[in-house]
Design a binder for this molecule. Sequence first.
Ligand code: ADP
Length: 620
Amino acid sequence: MFRSRSLVLLLCCAAVVGLSGFAAYRIAQKQGIEDLQATGLHRLDLYAASLEREIGKYAFLPGTLDLEQDVIDLLSGAADGQVAERVNIHLEKLNERAGTMSIYVIDAGGRVAATSNWRRTDSFLGEDLSFRPYFRDAIANGSGRFFGIGTTQGDPGYYLAARLAGGGGEQDIRGVAVVKVSLEQLEKSWSTVEAPVLVADENGVVILSAVAGWKFTLLRPLDERTRAAFDYTRQYNRRALQPLGMREIEGDGHGAQLVRIAGEAAETVSVYPVSGRFLAQSRALPDMQWTLTVLSQLEQVDSLAQSRAALAAIAAACLLLLAAVVAERRRHLRHRLAARETLQKAYDELEHKVEARTADLSAANQKLQDEIVERIRAERTLRAAQEELIQAGKLAVIGQLSTGIAHELNQPLAALRTLSANAGRFLERGDAETARLNLVRIAELAERMGRITGQLHSFARKSSGRSSPVRLGQALDNVLALLEARLRRSAASVERKGPPREPVVMCDPNRLEQVLVNLVGNALDAMAGQPQPRIELSWDCADGVVHLQIRDHGPGLSDEARSHLFEPFFTTKPEGDGLGLGLTISAGIVRDFGGSLQGTNHPDGGAVFTLELPLADHHG
Ligand code: ADP
């Protein structure tokens, strides 16, 4: 489809180019022929004038001879030999002066009576020329004109003849005076111009031409009568007259005749070619029945027209090419614009999408921020809850300890009461020494009670939860002191085992104590009722971590207890004794400090709880 369209387009372009060339050719040819015509007409005028002038120069000359008495006498036949010689000499001189070919007089009988060439051997003196038309014309009409070839020397020339009359007027015909003029010079002058010119007589015989080869050729065929007349008048001295080979050709001469002259009849003259196509312009010469023809060659017109045609075709092709380039450029521009538009659209779409995405992202981000804030708040709440829980756990422990503590305090209180009462009595008795000892004892007891309440107070206070280096031994001491009453009551023994270098862990001391109180408390609970409960505390340090093991010799962890050990509110203890939060809280505390808590059974019986905590010196 596209191919056939472009083929049609190509054909159209070719047609336009061809038509432009053809039109330019025709226009240029028309113009050229018109120019040639104008120049030709001008030349025709010029040549005709020059020919007439050349002939006119001598027109009067033969007529003047009847003014010569000797001539009249000679023609009258009344003259002697001397007169004849005088006339011959006169004619000879006249011929020389006038520059004509020959001048001679013919008597009424047609015989040459005297001639300028009388001295020459080939002189036609005495010859009978009555057959020559100019003689007969002159006798009949008074003057005769004739172009012909000389009978004796064969030189072509123009014969101007005039009747010579004696004193008796027109009836007194004595003879005819003839001047033969050469038109050779004229011909030669024609040969220098560009266009060949020829003069043909009434029979179509070329009599004058700058081209030698064209002379005495025929423009048209002769009829038999004319041929016979030529033989008789010996006008062309019995030359064989060949056709020139000029024929009219078809074609638009724009009012003039186009002819072709065949090559073989032509002869190249230096100035112009004499064969080919010509524009022939003719005009009849007055008084002579001759036709002057100027042949302007069409070759130049043709080549000019061809080059114009080529130029026009090239110009048309260039214009078409330009149009094609412009069209292509516009198409390209259109495509570019379309592409740019598409790009812009895509860009706008993208921008919209980006905007939408950004909005989504902003919304998502906002949501995230809100969530984070919410999380932080929740975490804070959780932490607060945890703190509360830890505190609650601690208070629960205190609650558990309270019975023991009350008992611990009651005993010294009773002792205080007794000692103070006794001290009073000893003072009354004047036994100051015993009273003093009692007071010392009282002070000791008060100090002990203060220590117990101090420990309790220290345990019960709300701790910050911030890490600091804590000596593990110190923490164990505090825990055992806190549980001292319980341990004593249950007659439990505690064994401490570990490397001599006391480990220092990173922890909150109060919370660590809370954990340890829980673990030791659970161990004591597990061994309740045993006659000699035993707790083993052992530790070792490796890779920046301390492993503290609390082992008891109780029944160990049941399967159920092992699987729910750190779950809140899991307890196997009777109501009021356990809340099931101790291990949960302890594990949470340990996790907060980057450690861990695990519980399992010892192969030899009893439960083992392992507490892992980071070592302080490892923290740098
Ligand atoms: P509570 O002591 O209030 O019961 P805990 O969380 O401290 O809560 O302990 C949970 C449970 O784990 C106990 O009820 C007990 O069944 C079990 N348990 C804890 N320590 C030991 C131990 N040393 N020996 C045997 N069982 C233990």
